[in-house]
Design a protein around this ligand. Sequence first.
Ligand code: MEV
Length: 315
Amino acid sequence: MATSTATAPGKAILFGEHAVVYGRAAIAVPVAKVKATAAVTDAPPGSGCTIAAPDIGARVHLSTQQEDPLALAVRLAIEEVGIEEEPDWQIKVRSDIPIAGGMGSGAAVSAALVKAVFSHCKLPAHGPPEDATVNRIVYAVERLHHATPSGIDNTVVVYRQPVRFVRGQPPQRFDIARPFLLIIADTGIASSTAAVVSDVRRAWEQDTKRYEAIFDDIGEIAETARRAIESGNVDALGPLMQENHRLLCKLDVSSGELDRLIAIAEEAGAAGAKLSGAGRGGNLIAVAASKSVETVREALLAGGAAGIVVTQIGA
Ligand code: MEV
């Protein structure tokens, strides 16, 4: 039986999380070392459409699950291609992106699902729908996870490019003049983006002036970092990460465990480190010269990091 497969990478926000929800610039990169994969296979007539995600112990049926993100991604994709009746498909989703870890696992799973459905429908004359269509659908699914997503997570995993992102504007690709090494370490603590984003909103409502000033500073750092990356000044990134993390602490989105692992990374020779994603748990990122990367990796593991990905940013 015919099977159509598609993948989508994880992502890391380098600079600008949270402030990006309030209109400031942020920059993020795809992380191809981890990925979500979706495979759509024809099933016997009359069996309907089931989606199995063994890594998270989920099995949903398209016709009965209304509020499920896996089912919504598939439903919106088949609506987009004009299929009106429930198709007879078995869909399998696999992912090695840590769940609730700040690496965009939800967005990557949705993107892989939508692309696999489009590929299975062998869209005729006009060719496959553009990334913009996939992105629009994945964003709609992201809204199930939290009410006010900026759109940065879906944009990075769908376009698979480094992006400068400002809410409501077309994403801009940016160049990486000199490759650099990024260490991504998982605290192993699951964190709900929806909960952290809504805590920040509540605090912003109570002290808007202070929070707006912090968001301005974070946005400035993201723009400075983008210019540094575009001009090959990677030495600037460590101190900028430290400064961005200090501001994220002021937003109260870090945690004892994140701060402890960040200190370990810096003591072991990282040029700088910060939380990445929503915070409270999830991942931290660090930059380090190639001679220090192994020491930083070992120190983080010895310090209790649940998983580490070392990846080169830029070809
Ligand atoms: C989550 O990966 C990033 C946040 O800025 C939320 C968002 O942009 O929607 C915390």
